[in-house]
Design a protein around this ligand. Sequence first.
Ligand code: AMP
Ligand code: ZN
Length: 113
Amino acid sequence: MECIFCKIAAGELPAKKVFESEHVVAFEDIHKVAPVHVLVIPKVHRQSLLEVNPNDVDLLSGVQEAIRAVIKDTGIEQTGFRVITNSGAAAGQTVFHLHFHVIGGRELAMTLA
Ligand code: AMP
Ligand code: ZN
């Protein structure tokens, strides 16, 4: 298995983990674009949102729980934050294991693209 995020989820590659549950791991992005930049991933491999299926209820509620924990623990719950998932290379996806960027801790530009 050559997916780096599967390896991080399995503990086979180091990462600064900030949250972990049965279905999800959250860890700091190695190239932070803001003071808080955490990636939330499901432990099971899904390439992107396109691969999430109706049975992935635990996965999605786990992602929501992790995002809530990260924003509360870092204080960006109060100051504002953004959650992004890139799907496909044309959208900027470079790691093909579903991940949600949780970004905050500075003023974020008013842009969607
Ligand atoms: P994306 O471009 O949406 O696919 O985002 C991939 C993100 O993963 C980028 O922000 C990278 O900085 C980050 N990244 C890649 N490898 C690692 C790693 N080993 N540990 C933490 N973050 C990583
Ligand atoms: Zn994977």
